[in-house]
Design a protein around this ligand. Structure first.
Ligand SMILES: [Zn+2]
Ligand SMILES: [Zn+2]
Length: 307
């Protein structure tokens, strides 16, 4: 069996076994770019599409999650950056981070490692393609943007729901163990929460593909990496003058999510500020005072009208 990653292997030499040899064959295909050649070689070399996708997604998750957490751990150790810490009196100790790391790793192996192996047959069933060449970059760009917007809405409502009574007590409380978050704490959560909020990240592209039949596995792979970066950075605990929300005012970032951990209520969205702004659920004393001011002004206007 040869991987279904490429439609025409007719020009390939027989008996290619090492990864280097496989890459040489793909390298000779003039229509493929560097990443497409790597992707194609990987699937051809693995010679088992189900295993190749499972391993790829598991490794992508581990490497990019912990890879993104590491710089934040280093920044915590450098005194220069302390002035940018949102809650400077609450530095996470090494012991706290170690406990968190162990829990997140356990969750990755017990909760996520198992379903990931069913991903490939599932993708094939619903029509997510994984062949080369990839779709156009413009297609990928609008799909990533759409996933960000939809995931944010999913996250807002389910996260807000998780703050109610028994849902908070039995599920979401675990994630709120750290009132001053740090990168690694992004995925520190109850397995039910990991599944529920993870469904927003994976389920949205799946449903999108069921309707449109227009989605590539590479697009999903990069989307998951972007979403991991967003989640880790939102928990970093740092607000810089160069943070993204200064340039894109509707981007949430750490500034938004740190307030959520600090005050426990409000600021429920993941990537953007619009849901909390429109539904008046922004956390912290600043937005609360602003809301009160608006309400007061409204009441005064009403009173004047009646006088
Ligand atoms: Zn919460
Ligand atoms: Zn959080």
């Amino acid at each position: 069996m040869v991987s279904q990653v490429y439609s025409d292997y007719s020009s390939f030499a027989a008996n290619v076994t090492s990864f280097g040899d496989v890459y040489q064959q793909f390298n000779a295909v003039p229509t493929l770019n560097f990443v497409e050649k790597l992707w194609g070689s990987y699937y051809y070399y693995m010679n088992n599409d189900l295993f190749a996708t499972g391993l790829l997604f598991f490794l992508v998750h581990e490497v990019f999650y912990f890879g993104r957490c590491l710089p934040w751990y280093v920044i915590d150790k450098i005194p220069y950056f302390q002035k940018y810490k949102i809650q400077p009196d609450k530095m996470p100790s090494d012991k706290e981070q170690w406990e968190c790391l162990k829990s997140v790793l356990t969750s990755h192996f017990l909760v996520e490692a198992f379903p990931i192996w069913f991903f490939h047959p599932f993708c094939q069933k619903i029509g997510i393609t994984f062949d080369v060449p990839f779709p156009k970059i413009t297609t990928m760009l609008w799909q990533w943007a759409l996933f960000f917007v939809l995931e944010d809405a999913w996250h807002y409502w389910f996260h807000r729901g998780l703050h109610h009574g028994p849902f908070y007590k039995y599920i979401h409380k675990q994630h709120h163990r750290y009132a001053a978050p740090f990168g690694l704490a992004a995925e520190y959560a109850h397995p039910v929460e990991v599944m529920l909020l993870g469904l927003g990240t994976v389920g949205i592209p799946v449903v999108f593909c069921m309707f449109t039949k227009n989605l590539h596995l590479f697009t999903v792979c990069i989307w998951i990496i972007l979403r991991l970066f967003q989640a880790v950075d939102a928990h970093s605990g740092y607000e810089f003058p160069w943070s993204l929300h200064h340039f894109l005012p509707f981007w949430a970032g750490a500034d938004h999510h740190d307030e959520h951990h600090h005050y426990f209520i409000g600021s429920y969205a993941s990537s953007f500020r619009w849901w909390d702004a429109v539904l008046k659920t922004e956390a912290g004393p600043g937005p609360k005072a602003k809301r009160e001011q608006v309400m007061k002004a409204k009441a005064e206007r009403k009173q004047k009208k009646h006088q």
